[in-house]
Design a binder for this molecule. Structure first.
Ligand code: NDP
Length: 300
């Protein structure tokens, strides 16, 4: 059984360490603040006084700290200890930051697989934990058993930015949905409706979103926006009413105004009769020097 090092002992780093110890892995840990590692040391983890000594102790090094600025700083501190080492990054950040970390580790002579943890700490060590990985498939295949001890993992491709790209896209959906729900509660509240009164109706909206997502995804991928069941023009009117209702309620309408701007731009571009999937084109800035908006997956 390979030895494992975990750099970072925040709530998630401790959950990862606990799962590895439970699975029987010899686990070495390092953390900026030693006191935060005490719980895992009491459970059998081995303390390393520096990132370099921690990396040297392990067959594979997991790093889980707040973001990739800290990831890079910690790995740079480990320096030459990374030559020949394998690092699996499990911190959340942008796709470009993940790619930069991969370059840093490559430059130091190591191998880097980037990961995004999609579920909370209490899932770690159970199949309910979802971890997305990207980078060299050979590294993923080699350390699959270690990842299995943490949860259910999925490898997404060789580009080390790909797991972070999934992470960011899904967090985009999550936080805009949470923001939309909280905004709706404030609009309701301004009209005398209590959150728990609105809730069952809000959950009804959640139920109808799945088929809407499927239709939009298919239409965008096929670049097919005609034969509309939800035309852009009627969405424009509906969102305008929402902006007005929000202002009347004294609730900030900024997010709705931004969406209204995309819808109005689609109408102005002559797409009023098209399906709402057409609105996405107004969100994307054309690449410098290009007259059209192209998606990267259209080239692959
Ligand atoms: P944090 O995001 O707060 O990260 C805490 C860890 O980062 C600690 O080990 C902390 O060290 C370290 N750290 C912060 N700043 C520095 C620094 N300047 N130098 C060295 N180390 C530093 O908490 P989590 O453990 O919850 O999250 C870790 C990562 O996991 C994040 O990227 C997060 O997005 C991701 N994640 C977390 C989930 C969760 O449910 N918690 C779910 C999914 C992903 P110290 O103890 O010394 O402060």
């Amino acid at each position: 059984m390979t030895a494992v090092t975990v750099l970072g002992q925040g709530p998630m780093g401790r959950a990862l360490t606990a799962a590895l110890l439970d699975a029987g892995y010899r686990t070495t840990v390092w953390n900026r603040t030693e006191a935060n590692a005490r719980e895992m040391l009491a459970r059998g983890a081995i303390w390393a006084p520096s990132p370099a000594e921690a990396v040297a102790a392990g067959g594979v090094t997991l790093i889980n700290v707040v973001d990739h600025d800290v990831v890079d700083a910690v790995l740079e501190t480990a320096g030459r200890a990374l030559a020949g080492a394998t690092v699996i990054g499990l911190s959340s950040d942008t796709p470009d930051r993940a790619r930069q970390t991969a370059e840093l580790v490559d430059g130091l002579g190591g191998r880097y697989l980037d990961g995004a943890i999609m579920t909370p700490t209490d899932t770690i060590g159970t199949p309910d934990a979802r971890i997305l990985l990207a980078g060299p498939q050979a590294v993923y295949d080699t350390y699959h058993p270690v990842l299995d001890a943490l949860g259910t993992s999925t490898w997404l491709g060789e580009d080390p930015g790909r797991a972070a790209a999934f992470d960011m896209s899904l967090l985009d959906l999550f936080w805009t949905a949470v923001s939309g729900f909280e905004h709706a509660l404030m609009m309701a509240a301004a009209n005398g409706i209590a959150p728990r009164e609105l809730l069952p109706h809000a959950l009804g909206i959640v139920d109808i979103l799945a088929p809407v997502f499927i239709e939009i995804a298919e239409r965008i991928e096929e670049d097919r926006h005609d034969d509309a069941s939800a035309p852009v023009s009627s969405t424009a009117a509906s969102v305008r009413h929402l902006v007005n209702a929000s202002r009347d309620a004294g609730v900030d309408a900024g997010a709705l105004e931004a969406f209204s701007g995309y819808v109005d731009a689609a109408v102005a571009a002559g797409h009023g009769a098209d399906e709402i999937s057409r609105i996405t084109a107004e969100m994307v800035q054309p690449a410098a020097g290009s007259p059209t908006r192209k998606f990267r997956w259209q080239h692959v």
